[in-house]
Design a protein around this ligand. Structure first.
Ligand SMILES: [Mn+2]
Length: 384
């Protein structure tokens, strides 16, 4: 029997274009903090070691600070770590694992899986890894690492790989796809007892009666991930494989579309924002459709500005956004025009309502509205 931690895709040092400098710093730190959090939970649960199934680092070109802090977190965690080079951090000539910044800071409890020779990690337990030698391998590295192996007898053997399993791969012709049938065969023949995979950021059972899994990334990285934010505590024997998902994620991605049929719907949008927990670690992408008055648009702009200050990031979902501004009589009253100017504005508004008004007309009206609101020098705002 052995208990161990299965994690992957830390991608330490990852940057996201939509984060401000301040948010990026916290995002980076959260990924580093997850190392100690998961190690504590795993050791409380009896784990003897941790495998990181590839993409430990975002790339082979990282700031010395990210490398040093990551290794320091691993050192402080006290868990024995086995790091597998993946497609982001392959073991090529410029590999991060060969750089001085890594080698000089690497603590005793950190090990790099640099070939497929079985590694004895604990009495009666060994690892077999399939490290990426470069960014574009031309074969199934997992199959290659397992095919020469004999059954390990009484020893429990854990295989560690990275990449897309063929049945889930977007590109079926990629020669590096991991053949699931071959991995299943290795399990059935008792050559391995578990295959720890990385690359997919969602916690996913692939096959092998729960013995072939992706742990997913400890923190989410994008909107379309189904189940990110976990590491797996594996309790393994030849007869059974119990898995516990350890929840880790502090950041969250949320994507939402709102249909605003008028200004009266704005409170729904505010209520949605108000219900978001831990806004400072929420990354939101918003699609807005429908129609608002000029006043509604001003309120919306203020609401979004306020939320932008609170959130980790706020993005516009361009392809889901189509918001029309329809000036109302109340908007024109607010602008407070009289006489000839009022007649001209009424005419412009009618053209907008009739669908023949250009966006320039609406922009001009909205600008006028904001100017008057910003300089309320009495009714009419001095414009007539
Ligand atoms: Mn990957």
């Amino acid at each position: 029997m052995v208990k161990f931690l299965h994690t992957a895709d830390w991608q330490l040092g990852m940057t996201r274009s939509f984060l401000s400098e301040e948010a990026q710093g916290r995002f980076t730190q959260a990924r580093i903090d997850a190392i100690c959090t998961m190690a504590d939970l795993a050791m409380e649960g009896g784990a003897r070691f941790g495998v990181v199934a590839g993409d430990v680092f975002e790339s082979n070109l990282l700031s010395p600070q990210v490398v040093a802090r990551s290794l320091e977190a691993m050192r402080v965690s006290r868990l024995a770590w086995y790091l597998l080079p993946g497609n982001h951090d392959p073991l090529d000539a410029s590999s991060i694992y060969r750089q001085r910044g890594f080698l000089e800071h690497k603590p005793e409890n950190v090990n790099v899986i640099s070939d497929s020779v079985p590694i004895s990690v604990d009495p009666g337990v060994e690892l077999v890894g399939a490290p990426w030698p470069n960014k574009r391998p031309l074969r199934d590295l997992v199959e290659t690492s397992l095919k020469e192996l004999q059954s390990p007898g009484e020893t429990i053997r854990v295989a560690v790989g990275h990449g897309a399993v063929d049945i889930l791969a977007p590109d079926k012709r990629n020669p590096a796809n991991i053949c699931l049938a071959e991995a299943e065969r290795a399990l059935e023949e008792g050559r391995i007892h578990y295959l720890a995979l990385g690359d997919r950021h969602s916690s996913t059972i692939v096959g092998g009666a729960g013995r072939i899994r992706y742990s997913g990334a400890p923190e989410p990285t994008d909107y379309d991930e189904e189940r990110p934010g976990f590491a797996l505590l594996i309790d393994l024997t030849a007869e059974k494989c119990d898995v516990r998902e350890l929840p880790l994620a502090r950041w969250k991605f949320a994507r939402e579309t709102f249909e605003l049929s008028g200004d009266a719907d704005l409170p729904h949008l505010r209520a949605w924002f108000d219900a978001l927990p831990s806004k400072e670690t929420a990354i939101v992408k918003l699609g807005l459709k429908g129609a608002l008055s000029i006043q509604g648009q001003v309120e919306l702009t203020a609401l979004l500005e306020e939320q932008r200050h609170l959130l980790g990031a706020l993005e516009v979902w361009e392809k889901e956004s189509h918001l029309v501004i329809r000036p109302t009589a109340a908007d024109l009253d607010e602008i407070g025009l009289t006489g000839y100017a009022r007649t001209a504005l009424e005419d412009l508004r009618a053209r907008v309502d009739g669908g023949t008004g250009s966006s320039e007309v609406v922009d001009a009206l909205a600008l006028l509205y904001r100017l008057v609101r910003a300089n309320p020098t009495g009714t009419g705002g001095g414009l007539s």
